[in-house]
Design a protein around this ligand. Structure first.
Ligand code: IMP
Length: 200
């Protein structure tokens, strides 16, 4: 039986491994943008994580006619009124290292007590069908901004994102542990359940 193709609109190799693992029992052939032979830069000009995920998924669906999934994620810090939020990748400059971005956040939160350092990683995932029908889901993981960076796993803001429940930063977790509890894993699980319902 020929499986329906599902394109996950990302160039990130880590994300594609994670999604293939989570979706492995669905009857789709999951491919990344690279594997689909698509090289495109999409302007993420939405006002929310959901809008940005939908913009990416819609653009690739219109290009390919396939079922497409896309995600958008970031870090919301309550003390900074939800910043960097949808600007997480661009915070402090597109080409600035995460060492600099993380230190900038630590500076902005200097002297702020633990109870006011609450934050969350957020992930929205959108699915756009060739018919134009759409589904979106949302996942979060709650934490606090640490006083200093720790851990070398993960990427981005992981070294400063401390999860009280596990008493470590997401950069101190193994990839398996983080993938089991992350914002992206939660949003992916939810969209998997919704996609399952749409299979005839
Ligand atoms: P995007 O969804 O790939 O555009 O990612 C947005 C940005 O959010 C990333 O570049 C990171 O700065 C941040 N981010 C999203 N998820 C995570 C995570 O799991 N750990 C650390 N940083 C993250």
């Amino acid at each position: 039986m020929k499986m329906e193709k599902l394109i996950f609109a990302t160039k990130n190799k880590g994300k594609i491994i994670e999604i293939k693992e989570i979706m492995k029992d669905l009857p789709f052939q999951i491919v990344s943008l690279d594997e689909a032979g698509i090289d495109i830069d999409i302007e993420e000009n939405g006002a929310t994580f959901e809008e940005n995920a939908l913009i990416k998924a819609k653009t690739i669906m219109e290009l390919t006619g396939s079922l497409v999934l896309a995600d958008d994620s970031g870090l919301e810090i309550d003390y900074l009124d939800g910043k960097p939020g949808i600007y997480s990748a661009r915070f402090g400059g597109v080409n600035t290292s995460y060492e600099i971005k993380n230190n900038k956040i630590l500076d902005l939160l200097k002297g702020v007590p633990k109870e006011k350092r609450t934050a969350r990683f957020v992930c929205a995932i959108a699915a756009v069908y060739p018919t134009g029908d759409t589904i979106t889901t949302y996942g979060t993981i709650e934490g606090i901004i640490a006083e200093k960076p720790s851990g070398n796993h993960g990427f981005g803001y992981d070294p400063i994102f401390y999860v009280p429940k596990y008493q470590c930063t997401t950069a101190e977790m193994s990839p398996e542990q983080k993938n089991a509890i992350s914002h992206r894993a939660k949003a992916l699980q939810k969209i998997k359940e919704k996609l399952k319902k749409g299979i005839k």
